[in-house]
Write a protein that binds this ligand. Structure first.
Ligand code: SAH
Ligand code: SF4
Ligand code: F3S
Length: 440
């Protein structure tokens, strides 16, 4: 028998790409491919790309420039581009980089094996359609034990919100929710493989409105409560949410559903109503804070995370101060902040921008505030007892790493067998990005 073909996947962007990369590896696994961490050993290299900011998109071309040299050593090597850059710039990619053999958009991954077979030297294969069928239903499922006790599960894709800065509605298409029955099957299969925590994914996951087991349309809260009935599944998370879809039943679930973890990523983007309006966010700073207050009323220890954009076209110093004020009021345990990046095809890209130095200075100020809040949230854990789901070995011998309910990384001296289990830990030390403690 000849050696199996090897696949190397490199993933950029959000968790949905991480999930998709796993599905692509499984699809190619069914064709006899095994995965490798080393691009130089691969017969097929897939870049699963992100288009969200200019830097992310440009990375793809520099990576392709590096990878094309590998073709001299292995003439059979095929290079594919998947993900959101593939969707947005498919034709441009093959024109700019002749080493690319195939381009596949996020909704066409079930067609990947066929595209790989079709791709020939000088005749790249391209598929960036939005087909009607659910790609996930046509992808093979893994049966082997899961590598980690925590897994992503895409429940919703696409976005109908059209924030003025964002490419996602164009790269991922309209909002589509997967039916509850399929998600139950997939979650049970994950639990059978050793998974105890799932993170439900969607570009607008709380806008979930999939077909329920009774044929009616179910909300994300309905889905969470039903998944929580699965024996062996201990923890449920979801990301990413839009404030306008934080419905009453979902807020209530944070107080009522013990398996729903007390951590929420709820991006607000900016604290000025004028900027929020220009961003087409369709919510105000006050309505966002009101949602946070209601969440904290039902779950006082809820850890919050957010996304921010500084230097959005038209943002004044006064607008930016309002973002700082909002951050002071909310107090985040963690957050992501970005300089606005003009994206081709989005409405905001047509508007005159803020000077680069001004945006850089605002970003530095915002990040200083957010990281001080993060440090405070981490330090507040010292002396407390928390539940940790152990995921893997730490850097030091005899050390294991896991995540607390609040999604903080925790290092603990513990035996290897603890992997995949949840145990109580007393926190003794806090660093900006991790905690240390001992088993109780
Ligand atoms: N669906 C999610 C976010 C998807 S993109 C939501 O609505 O919250 C992740 C984050 O990238 C966004 O929250 C935003 O903060 C940032 N982002 C998106 N487009 C951007 C752009 N053009 N420039 C800078 N940051 C951007
Ligand atoms: Fe982009 Fe806005 Fe949709 Fe989030 S809600 S994916 S930021 S358009
Ligand atoms: Fe990037 Fe596409 Fe995700 S643009 S953030 S990979 S949806």
């Amino acid at each position: 028998m000849s050696a199996p073909k090897k696949l190397h996947v490199k993933t950029y962007g959000c968790q949905m790409n991480v999930y998709d990369s796993e599905r692509m590896a499984e699809a190619m696994g069914a064709q006899g491919y095994v995965t490798t961490d080393r691009p130089e050993d691969a017969d097929l290299i897939l870049l699963n790309t992100c288009h969200i900011r200019e830097k992310a998109a440009e990375k793809v071309y520099s990576e392709l420039g590096r990878l094309k040299g590998l073709k001299a050593k292995n003439p059979d090597l095929k290079i594919g581009v998947a993900g959101c850059v593939a969707q947005a710039e498919g034709a441009e990619i093959v024109a700019r980089q002749p080493a690319v053999d195939l381009v596949v958009g996020p909704q066409s991954y079930h067609r990947l094996p066929d595209l790989v077979a079709r791709a020939a030297p000088g005749a790249p294969a391209l598929d960036t359609e939005f087909p009607d069928e659910d790609k996930f239903e046509h992808l093979p499922k893994a049966r082997t034990p899961a590598a980690r006790p925590t897994a992503f599960l895409t429940v919703q894709e696409g976005c109908d919100k059209f924030c003025a800065f964002c490419v996602v509605p164009y790269t991922r298409g309209a909002e589509v929710s997967r039916p509850v029955a399929r998600l139950l099957d997939e979650t049970r299969a994950l639990v059978d493989r050793g998974v105890v925590e799932v993170t439900l994914l969607g570009q607008n996951v709380n806008g979930y409105h999939g077909e329920g087991t009774d044929g009616r349309s179910w909300s994300l809260a309905d889905l969470i409560h039903t998944l929580a009935d699965i024996e062996g599944l201990e923890r449920i998370r979801y990301t990413t949410s839009h404030p306008n879809d934080m419905t009453d039943d979902l807020i209530a679930a944070h107080g009522a559903q013990p398996k729903l973890m007390p951590y929420l990523h709820l991006p607000v983007q900016a604290g000025s109503d004028r900027v929020l309006k220009a961003m087409n966010r369709k919510h105000s700073a006050e309505s966002y804070i009101e949602i946070i207050d209601r969440l904290r009323a039902v779950r006082p220890d809820l850890a919050l995370s957010g996304d921010f954009i500084v230097g959005f076209p038209g943002e004044t110093d006064a607008d930016f101060e309002e973002t700082l004020t909002l951050v002071e009021r909310v107090r985040y345990a963690q957050a992501y902040s970005f300089k606005y990046s003009a994206r081709p095809g989005t409405p905001a890209a047509e508007r005159p921008g803020v000077a680069a130095e001004v945006a850089a200075e605002r970003l530095a100020r915002l990040q200083a505030l957010l990281s001080a809040q993060q440090t405070e949230a981490q330090e507040a854990m010292v002396g407390r007892e928390v539940s940790v789901l152990f995921e893997k070995a730490g850097r030091l011998p005899g050390q294991m790493i896991g995540k607390s309910e609040h999604l903080m990384a925790v290092h603990v001296p513990a035996p290897d067998e603890i992997k995949g289990r949840i145990a109580r830990v007393r926190i003794t030390e806090a660093a900006p990005h991790s905690l240390a403690g001992n088993l109780v």
